[in-house]
Write a protein that binds this ligand. Structure first.
Ligand SMILES: Cc1cc2nc3c(=O)[nH]c(=O)nc-3n(C[C@H](O)[C@H](O)[C@H](O)COP(=O)(O)OP(=O)(O)OC[C@H]3O[C@@H](n4cnc5c(N)ncnc54)[C@H](O)[C@@H]3O)c2cc1C
Length: 214
């Protein structure tokens, strides 16, 4: 079984990176083949545009999604994107590992979604959406760090909503839409404000989480 972890933190000594290392070690121990797309190390370009294609179509009106479709049919994606698509197709499990930024994905990871999960490749054309999505039969999860403590993420809390509500866009509108069966997200709350002991217990809990689901 193969796992792809898409990691979106700049600092290798961050807690998010500690979650990445925990996942790698735990899954390798269980004989999974683990591949990592370390977006900052790769200097992954998050900006979608004409530069994604070795050649654009002759359509009068340039439209990014239609060019994605055309590129998929004619093998016209640049290598940076092709490599990510190949890793994704090979993987049975996809993990997004990131710090929560503005209630969502850091731009570098959102850019990966925009450019890699392209029209014609991940949805549309030969593929439908949700249960007819391209990645149907595969599993995905998100491992996330936050700045705010868990008490903020309740209906009564400062944010006035739960993290489940906040993550619905990514859970259902991105990964679920392209067919993945979504496992519950693993959340390490307020890691910067926590004690070292609490942070260590997050890592232990993540290991247990992975052992339970895999
Ligand atoms: C643009 C932006 C938008 C943001 N939006 C939001 C938002 O919408 N909601 C929200 O809640 N937060 C938000 N934040 C805060 C952000 O989510 C947190 O700062 C981030 O998740 C913290 O995770 P980290 O990996 O960067 O922690 P770090 O600060 O890198 O690490 C925390 C601590 O863990 C320690 N550590 C590292 N490795 C280990 C280890 N193995 N064992 C024990 N300790 C270790 C580090 O030394 C450090 O002291 C935002 C931040 C930014 C910059």
């Amino acid at each position: 079984m193969k796992v792809l972890i898409v990691h979106a933190h700049e600092n290798p000594d961050s807690f998010s990176s500690a979650l990445l290392k925990t996942a790698q070690a735990t899954l390798i121990e269980k004989n999974y083949e683990v591949n990592v797309s370390n977006l900052y190390t790769q200097k992954f370009n998050p900006i979608a545009g004409k530069h994604d294609f070795t050649k654009v179509s002759e359509a009068k009106h340039y439209k990014y999604a239609l060019e994605q479709f055309h590129a998929h049919q004619n093998d016209l994606f640049i290598n940076e994107i092709k490599i990510e698509k190949d890793k994704l197709v090979e993987a049975d499990v996809l993990i997004f590992n990131f710090p929560l930024w503005w209630f969502g994905l850091p731009a570098i990871l959102k850019g990966w979604v925009d450019r890699v999960l392209s029209y014609g490749f991940a949805y549309g054309g030969d593929y439908g959406i949700y249960e007819k999505g391209r990645f149907q039969g595969k599993k995905a999860l998100m491992s996330i760090t936050t700045g705010s403590p868990s008490a903020f993420y309740t209906k009564e809390g400062v944010h006035g909503r739960t993290l489940d509500d906040i993550l619905r866009n990514t859970q259902e509108g991105i990964l679920g839409l392209v067919g993945y069966e979504m496992l519950p997200p693993f959340i390490a709350y307020a890691v910067s404000r926590s004690t070292d002991e609490v942070r260590k217990s997050y890592l232990e809990n993540y290991k247990n989480y992975l052992n339970e689901y895999f």
